[in-house]
Design a protein around this ligand. Structure first.
Ligand code: FDA
Length: 517
């Protein structure tokens, strides 16, 4: 780390001079001329849409081992006019954890991934760089009847997921991941390490759903663990157009949100090869996981949704953690698969784009038919639309309880996802156009003023800060109210308290109130 001329050199020099760190921090700093740089950059670049020669790269990657490494990185970046991108699991749909169009340093939390489960007190401290698979595995080692309401895809990072809310199999019973965070440790722009008490309730509120990368670097989270029965019941049944799929989806909209809290019930539309003629055809899959046995689930379905025709033969009994593996489509694998961070999830393809919507009134059968037809026009290798039913405890948690505002009044959430192989990135515009057309078509049927969206399905189409990530309240309100509705204003206040100079910023970061940009 030699003498300084450019901001980059100055930054590196600053790091090397940081008190007592020179030898230890040198081991975790990677510049492009280091042979490990590309491997580290790409290993958690989950969305390979950004794995191209033109994608701007960090001028340095830091994989801190100690909190003092993070403090020094923040200090030196501020002093030398560089921005920071924070990466936990690297799943951000728009790559905001590892791409920036201004010179930046990537802080990759791969070494901050300890998981400490205290089954007796039903809590866990988890560092942000851990993935959900690691948390689930450690919980299962200690207890068969404890769980955490996290997502199905086990490679998703704790840091990004909890920063945006986070739904999963247990969310109708226990709420979002963020609803079950009881403390956290955050490094702020001044390098202070703050817990719930010292950061104050406004900032603690903001980091649980206000989106990552705005308030500081969350090091770890204290989670409340929840109860699950040792065995649950699951079904996943497919229905085609000929099998009355449109009527069934139509009815599902009325039935699913009213189901008991212990039932997770979604629909996915996907295209599969027909066994008859090998041609691709659209199928709707009805997928449920129930916190109880099939002896309860089957009568429940008979009573409330007889048209779906669920019988004992459709149901499989398994534990909550086995259902994560089953629904994550990594069947017949031992639990240890959950520890595999590099696992390529079959839930999407390596390159992807997503969008989201909220539905407040049932969509008509004509509307659903139109969606089905447009869905069939996908030319990408992979496309899926999920309907996640709401209701349950989501109706009972007040809209202002966390920044995530999509609570009572929503029947379900829609996620649109298109995926393709990395070598097909050249056609990405075509695939993204398709998903945008579907989204345009759906505008008649979904929430309006604002058209709500889910922050963890990050979508830069709905608005961004200005070039260079300078922010203004007016401009940020455009996308901010879609993600956060009226909670956006409290987020702005929390940002103003914790990072008034707006150091932590990106294309959709929360602006502070009075900083002149
Ligand atoms: P990543 O590291 O990319 O971070 C995402 C954002 O948070 C970035 O802006 C980043 O800078 C910031 N950030 C990360 N760590 C931070 C930290 N420690 N402190 C401050 N900011 C930080 N969602 C869901 O709710 N339920 C689900 O079931 C799924 N399933 C799913 C499957 C697949 C295949 C994908 C690609 C995505 C999902 N998601 C999801 C969405 C997921 O929750 C979302 O992409 C999260 O932001 C991912 O968190 P990572 O830590 O992996 O992302």
């Amino acid at each position: 780390l030699s003498s300084a001329t450019s901001p980059h050199d100055n930054f590196l020099r600053c790091l090397s001079l940081s008190s007592n760190l020179s030898s230890s921090i040198a081991r975790v700093v990677y510049t492009p001329d280091n042979s490990s740089y590309s491997i580290i950059l790409r290993s958690r670049m989950r969305n390979r849409r950004f794995w191209t020669a033109d994608t701007p790269k960090p001028f340095v990657i830091v994989t801190p081992l100690l909190t003092s490494h993070i403090q020094a990185t923040i200090h030196c970046s501020r002093n030398h006019g560089l921005q920071i991108r924070i990466r936990s699991g690297g799943h951000d749909y728009e790559g905001l954890s590892f791409v920036s169009h201004v010179p930046f340093v990537l802080v990759d939390l791969i070494n901050f991934r300890s998981v400490d489960v205290d089954a007796e007190n039903r809590v866990a401290w988890v560092q942000s760089g851990a993935i959900f698979g690691e948390l689930y595995y450690k919980i299962a080692e200690k207890s068969k009847t404890l769980a955490f309401p996290g997502g199905i895809c086990h490679t998703v990072g704790i840091g990004g997921y909890l920063s945006g809310g986070g739904y999963g199999l247990l969310f109708r019973k226990y709420g979002l991941g963020a609803d079950n965070v009881i403390d956290a440790r955050l490094i702020d722009v001044y390098g202070r390490i703050l817990d719930r008490q010292s950061m104050g309730e406004d900032v603690f509120w903001a980091i649980r759903g206000g989106g990552g990368g705005s308030f500081g670097i969350v090091l770890s989270w204290k989670l409340k663990l929840v109860s699950v029965p040792p065995t649950g019941a699951l079904f996943a049944v497919g229905r085609t157009l000929e099998q009355n799929a449109i009527n069934l989806i139509h009815k599902w909209q009325y039935v699913a949100p009213q189901m008991p809290h212990g039932l997770y019930f979604d629909i996915s539309l996907s295209r599969v090869k027909s066994t008859r003629d090998g041609k691709k055809t659209v199928i709707s899959s009805f997928i449920a996981f129930f916190l109880g046995g099939s002896d309860e689930l089957v009568p429940l379905m008979h009573e409330r949704f007889p048209e779906l025709g669920i019988t004992n033969k459709d149901c499989i009994e398994m534990s909550w953690i086995e259902s994560i593996i089953y629904l994550g489509k990594i069947r017949n694998q031992p639990l240890e698969v959950l520890l595999d961070r590099d696992f390529q999830t079959p839930l999407t393809l390596p390159s992807y784009k997503s969008k989201s919507d909220y539905v407040k009134e049932p969509i008509t059968e004509i509307g659903l038919k139109g969606l089905w037809t447009r869905f069939s026009e996908n030319e990408a290798e992979f496309g899926v639309i999920y309907f996640f039913s709401y209701g349950g405890i989501m109706d009972e948690i007040p809209e202002s309880s966390t920044p995530f505002p999509h609570r009572a009044g929503n029947l379900y959430k829609i996620i649109y996802n298109v995926g393709w192989q990395q070598q097909d990135n050249i056609n990405s515009d075509k695939y993204i156009d398709w998903i945008r057309r579907i989204y345009d078509y759906m505008s008649t049927y979904v929430s309006k003023s604002p058209r709500e969206a889910y922050i963890n399905y990050r979508d830069l189409d709905i608005g961004t800060n200005s070039e260079g990530n300078t922010t203004s309240y007016a401009r940020a309100s455009v996308w901010g109210r879609k993600y956060f509705k009226n909670n956006f204003d409290r987020l702005v206040l929390a940002k103003t308290m914790i990072d008034p100079e707006n150091f932590f910023r990106h294309e959709q970061s929360i602006p502070p109130l009075w900083k002149k940009q």
